[in-house]
Design a protein around this ligand. Structure first.
Ligand SMILES: [Fe+2]
Ligand SMILES: [Fe+2]
Length: 137
């Protein structure tokens, strides 16, 4: 029996189809990778999985930053900084976890990912979508 880290639901929708689709795929990927981690004590496999989550997050941020640039989003710098801060704190959690005595305790990583999804998508990404749509309208 495996448990998903996230359940995708409509509260994550921000109203830009391309990015909503990306978020859904991203969350799906994170859930799959997360499930592979459960009960796994093999460090090199764990490192690979966690690294893959990092790469997918990074790719998503790059796409989002591209969309913001194209739309001359006025809070681009602030938003990009949030992405960078996320990647930094995720990296920190990942290193601590992989160096930790208790390799099965993934809580800080789970919290870090959850916080990003809950907070970043539903506040910063949504704000960006609203502002860019209002500008176009
Ligand atoms: Fe996003
Ligand atoms: Fe974002």
């Amino acid at each position: 029996m495996t448990a998903s880290l996230f359940e995708w639901n409509d509260s994550f929708l921000i109203g830009i189809e391309e990015l909503d689709h990306e978020h859904e795929v991203l969350i799906d990927n994170i859930n799959q990778l997360h499930e592979e981690l459960i009960g796994n004590e093999n460090k090199s496999e764990l490192r690979k999985c966690l690294g893959e989550i990092y790469v997918r997050m990074q790719a998503h941020f790059a796409l989002e930053e591209h969309v913001m640039k194209e739309n001359d989003y006025e809070f681009f710098d602030e938003h990009k900084r949030e992405h960078e801060e996320f990647l930094e704190s995720y990296t920190e959690c990942m290193v601590q976890f992989l160096n930790g005595a208790d390799i099965l305790s993934r809580n800080p990583i789970d919290e870090c990912l959850k916080q990003w999804v809950m907070e970043h998508i539903t506040t910063s990404d949504r704000k960006m979508a609203l502002m860019m749509q209002n500008k176009v309208a």
